[in-house]
Ligand binder design. Structure first.
Ligand SMILES: Cc1cc2nc3c(=O)[nH]c(=O)nc-3n(C[C@H](O)[C@H](O)[C@H](O)COP(=O)(O)OP(=O)(O)OC[C@H]3O[C@@H](n4cnc5c(N)ncnc54)[C@H](O)[C@@H]3O)c2cc1C
Length: 235
């Protein structure tokens, strides 16, 4: 992959949940990347009357089969500068700088059984892989375990429900069950949940905040899954 820098504009914004938006960025030419890769996003941010240039990493949530645009799905983080700024202030037409693609946390076409484990915004890189598998109709046995605080935090919920109707094994869990109608799991992803839903011979991909990734890695270790079959990306 060739790493390049681009000056582009936001072409579409999708409100995904109460605190998460997807930003679509169109390219003049084709942009090649592998499912799971990320870009560096640089924005001019107005803070206390001063313009500051900030850079953060964001996974590409669209599939590489879409050649002329990428989607970035960004969730607000408590007291976070960039995530809050872009979700609250950015509008269609705003200028942004992108550099990439980067990353080794990628899905390869020869994988036959994949378990994707996501926490919150960690779904961004994994949905790219899942969309890619669906778009290319790859013969992959896919399970997604997706953990969120409450049902209203589930990003891509309706798309995931549609994927469930196809061959995808999608399991949602909520860690702060609030009494809403809910037919998924309750509690953090643990070894019991992994054993219940996943083929332990799979390749495991984990993505989310560091604490969640480390905790799932430990659970996989206690299940005897060797490190070579566990790929992860920490946000
Ligand atoms: C490879 C990669 C891919 C990523 N992809 C995505 C993605 O697809 N979607 C997504 O939403 N995010 C993604 N992230 C996370 C993203 O890069 C940012 O880290 C995130 O948006 C927060 O940035 P921020 O500027 O809002 O927060 P920051 O201002 O950088 O703050 C981050 C956290 O640190 C805390 N903090 C800040 N300063 C201090 C301090 N002085 N003391 C204590 N705590 C402090 C804040 O409260 C906040 O919780 C990815 C990260 C990586 C590494």
């Amino acid at each position: 992959m060739i790493i390049k820098e681009y000056d582009l504009r936001i072409s579409k914004i999708i409100q995904e949940t109460h605190d998460t938006k997807t930003f679509r960025i169109n390219f003049n030419d084709e942009f090649s990347f592998e499912p799971g890769q990320f870009i560096n996003l640089t924005l001019d941010i107005l803070q206390n009357g001063e313009v500051k240039q900030l850079t953060r990493q964001y996974s590409i949530s669209s599939s590489p089969t879409k050649k002329n645009y990428i989607d970035l799905t960004i969730k607000k983080m408590a007291n976070g500068i960039m995530s809050n700024y872009i979700v609250d202030n950015s509008t269609i037409g705003d200028k942004i700088k992108i550099k990439g693609p980067y990353g080794m946390f990628t899905f390869k076409d020869d994988v036959k059984k994949a378990v994707f484990i996501a926490g919150g915004s960690g779904i961004s890189s994994l949905i790219s892989m899942i969309r890619y598998i669906a778009d290319k109709n790859l013969d992959v046995d896919v399970t997604l375990l997706f953990s969120n605080k409450t049902p209203k935090d589930i990003i891509f919920r309706s798309e995931l429900d549609e994927l469930k109707e196809k061959k995808f094994n999608i399991i949602n869990t909520v860690t702060r069950y609030n009494g809403d109608e809910w037919d998924g799991e309750i509690g953090r992803i643990n070894k019991e949940m992994i054993r219940k839903y996943c083929d332990l011979d799979s390749l495991f991909y984990i993505c989310g905040l560091p604490e969640m990734v480390d905790s799932v890695r430990k659970e996989l270790e206690t299940l005897g899954i060797e490190k070579a079959r566990v790929k992860f990306e920490k946000y």
